[in-house]
Design a protein around this ligand. Structure first.
Ligand code: SAM
Ligand code: SF4
Length: 457
């Protein structure tokens, strides 16, 4: 009888990628994916530690899972419960203590051992497995090569971990030291994805542009390393791959090779998520960001000279310990000056074990007021950016059915969701779309087939 695995994924795209790989890892053990934990034989919570109260959310979710597990046991059946990801890495012992019914606890660097951990948990009923080590052998060498999931737009992790130690961030503690996959391994996975129908790849990494993977033995710089720019050039040559993106980058790691790739590689989409966090040099120094606001300005002008239509996204933290009103104004000024197509912004919130958590914290109402002011400005910029698309014709990669019958949703080169009437057969096509309106943060349009335009919904 087929067994069922349910995975709940929290957080970033890297976790989404990891969850997909876990599904592949357990498939040979007879587990088919399920979209509910009810009745599942294996339940995995793939957790994220970036947001506030992450651990509490996991414990609350586990409360419900415990009831399902007990119900299954009353029927004489077994449910293996696993907590994976960054909360598992940071709070492994605590999870084992507070939720003893959890069978497996493992961090992001050890999930390639999942089949072995399942076997151990099955044998040693009730004993549990905790694996939050940072193994010397890179997990990517031990993952199955299968992977041609048939997605139009597919994520591909090329780099993991971070050595930057920004004072607010848990990533260096939960994902470990920076590691880049060898270029040949990335290219092979990209070729499989393209054969499976992917037309767009998003290269993922916590610090993706710090990429420095081993160069393929028979390519340029064989025996040495490739930067992200070299890798993008090689991926652009794979037949069928028409769009490349990468996220998330650090301003310090935008090197000349990457800027040149933005100039020379048409497949590299003109949209870049480059977090700046703050516009104040004082705050940036306290955050250990290792760049100033002017460094950021210079980097953006280099990129815009290389690719004049480049649209920008960023991350911001307001209310970092010691942030004055003047510091916050400097952030607003930088936003006005740069102009963002979209952005994410957060109130600083302390993460246990990070240096900034030990600092004196700003009052909550101050943080809330600053966040509201920044978000209003960013929303206004996003609105203006989207409004400027109306009346233009943009190539849209259609990814999936829309909300209405006969409608598809795709993405513009600038990552804007675009809704248009189109037959399902167009999923996977890149078609010119005449943009006619803005709805929320997405665009509506009609396929421009050169014979006049269909009306948009
Ligand atoms: N590596 C990326 C970089 O260098 O900016 C960011 C990675 S982090 C997963 C995503 C975003 O979460 C950060 O850019 C930051 O804005 C936000 N973030 C991280 N820790 C935070 C904290 N303690 N409080 C508020 N926001 C936080
Ligand atoms: Fe975290 Fe990014 Fe800083 Fe690394 S560079 S510590 S991932 S915010």
């Amino acid at each position: 009888m087929t067994k069922r695995v349910f995975i709940k994924t929290y957080g970033c795209q890297m976790n989404v990628y990891d969850s997909a790989r876990m599904v592949e890892l357990v498939a040979p053990l007879g587990y088919a994916p399920s979209d509910s934990p009810r009745g599942a034989d294996l339940v995995i919570l793939n957790t994220c530690h970036i947001r506030e109260k992450a651990a509490e959310k996991v414990f609350s979710e586990l409360g419900g899972i415990r009831h399902l597990k007990r119900a299954k046991e009353r029927r004489g059946e077994r449910m293996i419960v696993a907590v994976a990801g960054c909360v598992a890495q940071a709070e492994g012992e605590e999870i084992r203590r507070r939720a003893s019914f959890v069978d497996l606890v493992f961090g992001p660097q050890t999930y390639h051992r999942l089949p072995e951990m399942i076997a151990r948990a099955t044998r040693a009923a009730g004993d549990g497995v905790l694996d939050t080590s940072f193994p010397a052998e890179p997990k990517f060498d031990h993952l199955p090569a299968a992977r041609a999931a048939g997605e139009v737009s597919a994520p591909l992790t090329i780099q993991e971990g971070c050595d930057k130690f920004c004072t607010f961030c848990v990533v260096p503690y939960t994902r470990g030291a920076e590691f880049s996959r060898p270029a040949a391994q990335v290219i092979a996975e990209a070729e499989r994805l393209a054969e499976g129908g992917a037309r767009e790849l998003t290269l993922l990494g916590q610090n993706v542009n710090a990429y420095h993977g081993a160069a393929p033995a028979n390519g340029p710089n064989g025996g040495g390393e490739w930067g992200l720019g070299d890798l993008l050039r090689a991926l652009a040559r794979i037949p069928g791959l028409d769009r490349l993106r990468y996220t998330t980058s650090h301003p310090r790691d935008v090197d000349d090779g990457l800027v040149a790739a933005h100039r020379d590689v048409p497949e590299l989409m003109p949209f870049l998520h480059l977090p700046v966090q703050s516009g104040s040099d004082r705050v940036l120094a306290a955050m250990n960001r290792r760049h100033t606001a002017d460094d950021y300005r210079r980097t953006i002008s280099r990129l815009r000279r290389a690719r004049p239509d480049l649209a920008l996204s960023s991350d911001f933290i307001v209310g970092y310990p010691g942030e004055s009103d003047l510091d916050f104004r400097a952030t607003l000024d930088l936003v006005v000056e740069m102009g963002f197509a979209q952005a994410y912004s957060f109130k600083y919130s302390p993460r246990p074990g990070t240096p900034a958590a030990a600092e004196k914290q700003l009052a909550e109402p101050v943080k809330a007021a600053r966040l509201a002011e920044l978000q209003a400005l960013l929303q206004q910029q996003q609105g203006a950016f989207n409004a400027a698309a109306v009346g233009t014709v943009m190539p849209v990669l259609f990814e999936k059915p829309g909300r209405h019958e006969g409608q598809l949703v795709g993405r513009s080169p600038y990552l804007q969701p675009v809704h248009a009437d189109a037959a399902a057969a167009h999923i996977g096509d890149i078609l010119p779309v005449h943009i006619v309106g803005v709805r929320g943060n997405s665009l509506t349009g009609a396929i421009d087939d050169g014979r006049g335009r269909e009306a948009a919904r």
